[in-house]
Design a binder for this molecule. Structure first.
Ligand code: GLA
Length: 386
């Protein structure tokens, strides 16, 4: 990636020792289930974040980005919750988490460039963490890119960076997708034990594509709503006497909800999480059986559950889903944390122009910002580029 290398040279006046890349993701299904020890099914995107890096001997971390802004500079021993400020904490947090876990990691100069749209709910932060983690692992000889089990370790350290240093109470899906996905597959991640199964995700032979609609609507994980949903799930689990909502079997959903009838908020949150985990299982089964129409129905059911029960959708996401379905998509849903960001639609290839047109027309009618579209294909996880 010459852009990121140029940036490195211009700002630091030296050659980087290498360039590493890590992808953004879209989650096919299994939303707000990761922090409930549930199941998720993301794919990694061809869109990536690149990190050009070089070791330093003085224990300092310096960061620059092609997106502009000042160089972020912090001593490794000063990294703490909220320090450094702004985007730099996602990168610094990774070095902090590696050191906390006992890995011998020193200072670095890092230049960042990214093709993952920022604020689109496509995990630009996990892509940044993954690229820095990959660079640190190689440059300090940690060997954490070696196989899926070492990548799982790296993913959980990236999650720790995000939770502790970036102070975002997210689950582990995004980091796992960025580090553990393989080309042509979605990963079925069991968040209870970290186990990953590679699920072939091939749409072309069905004449289908996965259309991503970036709504361009405001989106922030840290505005409190995400944390509130997570706290409600934890409250519900405590009330039900289970370690996490994963421990409520789908076959017991009816009787479990009966116990929550006095609390409409917890009732709907539990209804979403438990049914969504089952939809992940059903989606994998439908994918394996080649029943793509069924996958579409599950996508749409997931959206309705997120909209009505978990209440994390927004007008722009709903409008994209509605217009896509009206124009012939087999299914559509919001993806990621919600409150803005992106939606996905499973669309017969020949209907893509019509679906895009319908969404654009609906957005114009409603006075929303113009959305952006791209077709998502399942790519591989973090690796060394140069
Ligand atoms: C965000 C978080 C993930 C996950 C999703 C919702 O993307 O970073 O951990 O909780 O929201 O599924």
């Amino acid at each position: 990636m010459s852009t990121v290398t140029d940036q490195f040279r211009t700002v630091f006046g030296e050659e980087p020792e290498g360039v590493w890349e890590s992808p953004g993701r879209v989650n096919l299904i299994g939303e707000h289930t990761d922090y409930n020890n549930g199941l998720v099914l993301p794919i990694a995107l061809p869109q990536r974040t690149y990190a050009a890096a070089r070791r330093r001997a003085d224990g300092m971390l310096r960061l620059t980005s092609t997106a502009g802004g000042d160089v972020v500079e912090v001593a490794l021993h000063d990294i703490a919750p909220g320090v450094p400020e702004s985007w730099g904490r996602y990168a610094a947090g990774v070095l902090w988490a590696l050191r906390e876990a006992g890995y011998l990691v020193g200072g670095l100069d890092i230049a960042i460039d990214s093709t993952v749209p920022i604020g689109a709910g496509l995990s630009s932060s996990a892509a940044l963490e993954g690229a820095v983690a990959a660079a640190a692992s190689d440059l300090f000889g940690l060997g954490l890119l070696a196989d899926d089990s070492t990548r799982a370790t790296l993913a959980s350290l990236c999650q720790k960076a995000e939770n502790v240093i970036a102070e975002a109470p997210t689950g582990g899906m995004d980091q796992a997708a960025s580090l553990r996905c393989t080309e042509g597959h979605a990963i079925l991640l069991d968040c209870r034990n970290g186990h990953v199964s590679q699920i072939p995700f091939e749409l072309t032979r069905h004449g289908l594509v996965l259309l991503v609609i970036d709504t361009k609507a405001e989106h922030a994980n840290s505005d409190g709503q995400y944390g509130k949903r997570r706290a409600a799930c934890e409250r519900a689990a405590a009330l039900l006497g289970v370690a996490s909502l994963r421990d409520v079997p789908y076959s017991h959903l009816g009787q479990t909800l009966h116990k929550l009838e006095h609390d409409p908020e917890l009732f709907t949150r539990v209804q979403h999480v438990v049914s969504e985990i089952q939809r992940v299982r059903d989606t994998v089964e439908a994918l394996e059986a080649g029943e793509l129409a069924e996958v579409g129905l599950l996508f749409t059911a997931s959206h309705l559950s997120l909209r009505d029960d978990f209440e994390v959708s927004c007008e722009e996401l709903d409008a994209a889903v509605d217009a896509a379905l009206e124009a012939g998509a087999l299914g559509a849903r919001m993806t990621g944390g919600g409150f803005g960001g992106s939606a996905i639609a499973l669309v017969p290839e020949r209907l893509v122009p019509g679906v895009e047109k319908a969404i654009l027309a609906s957005y114009e009618r409603k006075g929303f910002r113009k959305p952006a579209f791209f077709l998502a294909t399942p790519a591989g996880g973090a690796r060394r580029t140069e």
